[in-house]
Design a protein around this ligand. Structure first.
Ligand SMILES: [Zn+2]
Length: 362
C-alpha cells in the first residue's frame, strides 16, 4: 500500500472556494481531505485536460507527447487519431491507443469519423462505418471524433449517419467540426447528436452553436488561434466551454499547454473558477472521463502551482504518482514497434534535371 499526504491551498472548483487543506492519498486515490487553519504554501488544482488534440501534430508518439505535457500540468487529453488513421486506417488508431497505454498519462482516444476527410482526398486508408462501429465497441474508445462531413449530415448521407448511429447506440459522445455553419444548419447538425465544436472563429458563430445546445471548445494551438475571439464565453457560458489546442507542434508543446491559456484568461479578467472549469472540469464532465477532480474517492490526478496568475507547474500527479517536477518529466521513454517508414533512394543533383526545348530564356 502506498500512502502519502500533501498540504496546500486546495482549489475546489465546483464549490468555488480555496481552502488550506491536507489531502491523504492511498494507492492512487484521495481517501481524505482535512481542512486546516492555514500555514500552507502553493495551490493544489485538478490537472489540466486538453479537450481536443491530434497528438500526431506534435510529431511525437503519444508516449513522448505525455512526457512533455505533464511538465505543464496536463494530466489527460481527448484525442482524435485522425492523422495516423489517414495513413494506416484502423491499425493506426489501435497503435495510438496501445502506445498511449505504455505511459501513466490519461489518453482518451476516439474513432475518426471521416477517413478520408473528403472524397477528393487521396488518403492511405479508409475507415468504413462498420469499422467505426467495431472500434466504438471497445471500452478504451471514448467517442466519435470530429464529424467533418457536415454536408453529409445535413443531407442525411448514409455512411456518415451510420457512424453517428453507432455512437448513439452506445451512448458515446459525438464531436463536431463545422466551420462557419450557422443558424438552422447548425441546429440540424446539432440535432443529429453532435455535441461539441472546436472550429468557431467568431463569437457570433460560437453563440449560434451554443444556442443549438452545443459545447464550444476554445481552440488555441500552433495552427488555429481563436482564444482572443472566444474568451468572453468563459464568463458568459462558463458551464459550456472547454480549452483545446487541436494541433500543437513540438516547439509549442515545449513552451506550454493548457496552463498558458489559464494565465491568459485570468489576465483577461475572467473569474478564476470559470477559467478552471474550462481547463479542468467541463471536459471531464462532458466526456465522463475517469480523471480526478480533487474530491474524496477520486483518482489522485492533480497539480501543484506556486500561484494562480502564471500557473507555473511545480508538480504533476496522476493516479497518485509524481510524474513531473519543476519542468522535468519523470515519465520514462518507452520503446515501440515501428509500423511504417519511408524508403527512399539517395538522389543526386542531376536527378532533378528537367529537359527543355528551344533556347534558354537565361
Ligand atoms: Zn481537430
Amino acid at each position: 500500500m502506498t500512502t502519502f499526504s500533501l498540504r496546500g491551498n486546495l482549489v475546489d472548483v465546483p464549490a468555488r472556494r480555496i481552502v488550506p487543506a491536507q489531502i491523504n492519498i492511498v494507492d492512487g486515490r484521495i481517501v481524505d481531505i482535512v481542512e486546516l487553519k492555514g500555514g500552507v504554501d502553493g495551490y493544489l488544482l485538478p490537472g489540466f485536460v486538453d479537450a481536443h488534440v491530434h497528438v500526431e501534430s506534435s510529431m511525437l508518439l503519444p508516449s513522448e507527447f505525455a512526457r512533455l505535457a505533464v511538465t505543464h500540468g496536463t494530466v489527460a487529453t481527448v484525442s482524435d487519431p485522425h492523422e495516423i488513421a489517414n495513413v494506416l486506417g484502423a491499425t493506426g488508431v489501435e497503435f495510438m491507443i496501445a502506445n498511449g497505454k505504455q505511459v501513466p498519462f490519461k489518453f482518451f482516444f476516439g474513432v475518426p469519423s471521416c477517413v478520408p476527410a473528403t472524397v477528393f482526398e487521396t488518403a492511405g486508408a479508409r475507415i468504413t462505418a462498420d469499422q467505426v462501429g467495431t472500434l466504438l465497441d471497445r471500452e478504451d474508445v471514448w467517442y466519435l471524433s470530429e464529424v467533418m462531413d457536415f454536408p453529409g449530415v445535413l443531407t442525411g448521407a448514409d455512411e456518415v449517419m451510420k457512424k453517428i448511429a453507432h455512437a448513439r447506440r452506445l451512448g458515446k459522445p459525438i464531436d463536431g467540426h463545422a466551420p462557419g455553419l450557422r443558424c438552422k444548419d447548425a441546429a440540424r447538425y446539432a440535432a443529429a447528436g453532435i455535441s461539441t465544436d472546436h472550429e468557431c472563429v467568431t463569437l457570433d458563430e460560437a453563440l449560434d452553436k451554443l444556442a443549438c445546445g452545443m459545447h464550444i471548445q476554445i481552440r488555441e494551438g500552433s495552427a488555429a488561434k481563436n482564444f482572443d475571439a472566444l474568451h468572453p464565453l468563459l464568463s458568459s457560458h462558463p458551464d459550456r466551454v472547454m480549452f483545446c489546442t487541436d494541433d500543437k507542434h513540438p516547439d509549442g508543446l515545449v513552451a506550454g499547454h493548457i496552463n498558458d491559456l489559464c494565465a491568459r484568461a485570468v489576465a483577461a479578467g475572467h473569474d478564476l473558477f470559470n477559467v478552471l472549469r474550462a481547463a479542468c472540469t467541463n471536459t471531464v464532465a462532458h466526456y465522463q472521463l475517469p480523471v480526478g477532480q480533487l474530491r474524496v474517492g477520486d483518482p489522485a490526478d492533480f497539480i501543484v502551482v506556486d500561484d494562480l496568475v502564471g500557473f507555473r507547474v511545480k508538480r504533476t500527479y496522476i493516479n497518485g504518482a509524481l510524474l513531473a517536477e519543476n519542468g522535468e518529466t519523470l515519465i520514462e521513454s518507452v520503446s515501440t514497434k515501428r509500423l511504417n517508414n519511408f524508403h527512399c533512394d539517395p538522389r543526386r543533383p542531376l536527378d532533378f534535371r528537367t529537359p527543355t526545348k528551344g533556347a534558354s530564356a537565361w
